[in-house]
Design a protein around this ligand. Structure first.
Ligand code: NI
Length: 157
């Protein structure tokens, strides 16, 4: 298990559409393990595979004590609206208010490739949307009304 370098804004991979995971291979298992290790090391709330240089549709989220992994996640329904501060591990030093759905249902596959469905509200809903955006080459900067330099450490994804 390795801590991977985090790709920063400006890199082409952050602007590309990531490819679906077809099969859970050893390489995917290692990628997921490395993504968790990396997320914990940098104290992030979520991480998408393109942020560690892998153009694949894989996200991990630190949802309390429960490690959450989704392969090929898709938002199948959403509701409400909530505006809150966001940061991103790939965009250090900047934060902004982003309006997102307050509640989402996401379908994909778990780390073994079995169908999985996650319902998220609040911060989990936000993290899911932020990470899934990464898989489509979208950064929070694109959705924020205003972006500014951050003084203190904020949660980053
Ligand atoms: Ni991010």
């Amino acid at each position: 298990v390795a801590v991977l370098p985090i790709v920063k804004e400006g890199a082409a991979i952050l602007r590309q559409r990531a490819k679906p995971v077809e099969r859970v291979t050893k390489r995917i298992e290692k990628l997921v393990a490395d993504m968790f290790e990396t997320m914990h090391k940098v104290d992030g709330v979520g991480l998408a595979a393109p942020q560690v240089g892998a153009p694949l549709r894989v996200i991990v989220i630190a949802d309390g004590e429960r490690p959450l992994v989704l392969l090929n996640p898709e938002i199948v329904s959403s509701g409400g609206q909530e505006t809150d501060l966001e940061g991103c591990l790939s965009i250090p030093g900047r934060i902004g208010y982003v309006t997102r759905a307050a509640e989402v249902v996401v379908r994909g596959a778990d780390r073994r490739g079995k169908p999985a469905e996650i319902k998220g509200t609040g911060r989990l809903a936000r993290a899911l949307q932020h990470e899934i955006d990464h898989l489509d080459g979208i950064l929070f900067l694109d959705r924020a009304d205003e972006v500014w330099e951050r003084k203190e450490a904020e949660e980053q994804a």
